[in-house]
Design a protein around this ligand. Structure first.
Ligand code: 5GP
Ligand code: ZN
Length: 142
């Protein structure tokens, strides 16, 4: 897609710092470097978000993530953890609509990355939880 910034990066129309490349997948440094080594892993094929992945593309992209994670761990011995983040659609903070996975190395609590999970467990009875799980289960198609 010619008006997609990540397609432009894959096609070398926009420069980037390559971390990994094969026939199907490209990984490069995120321009913001939230933490040192912050990397984006993307399918070379343009897909907007996770909802557009088929089995074959999933296999290609997801199998590369641990590979690149291990490279980060080896590259940065002071790395103590890694967040893998994938934002889908605007409400969920997606700003570039070519699917991508953020690999964000973690060094300490004040390294520049924050993520909050609010605990709403008290709002759901065991029955509510069962109903939610069953609803999702009925909708698994692949
Ligand atoms: P999102 O918010 O969609 O999950 O993440 C998009 C990411 O793309 C952001 O972290 C942003 O820094 C990164 N980004 C946007 N434009 C460019 C670019 O031109 N080059 C690189 N390397 N990263 C970019
Ligand atoms: Zn694209």
């Amino acid at each position: 897609m010619s008006d997609c910034i990540f397609c432009n990066i894959v096609n070398r129309e926009i420069p980037s710092y390559t971390v990994y490349e094969d026939e199907d997948v490209y990984a490069f440094l995120d321009i913001t470097q939230t933490t040192k080594g912050h990397t984006l892993v993307i399918p070379k094929k343009h897909v907007a978000d996770i909802f557009a992945y088929d089995e074959e593309l999933s296999q290609k992209v997801f199998s590369r993530i641990p590979k690149i994670a291990r490279a980060l761990e080896l590259a940065f011995p002071d790395m103590k953890g890694l967040n893998v983040i994938n934002n889908n659609k605007e409400l969920a903070y997606q700003t570039v609509f070519h699917s991508h996975f953020h690999l964000i190395p973690r060094y300490d609590e004040s390294d520049g990355f924050k993520l909050t999970f609010t605990n709403h467990a008290d709002d759901y009875s065991p029955n509510d939880m069962q109903e939610i799980a069953d609803l999702i289960k009925r909708n698994v198609t692949l």
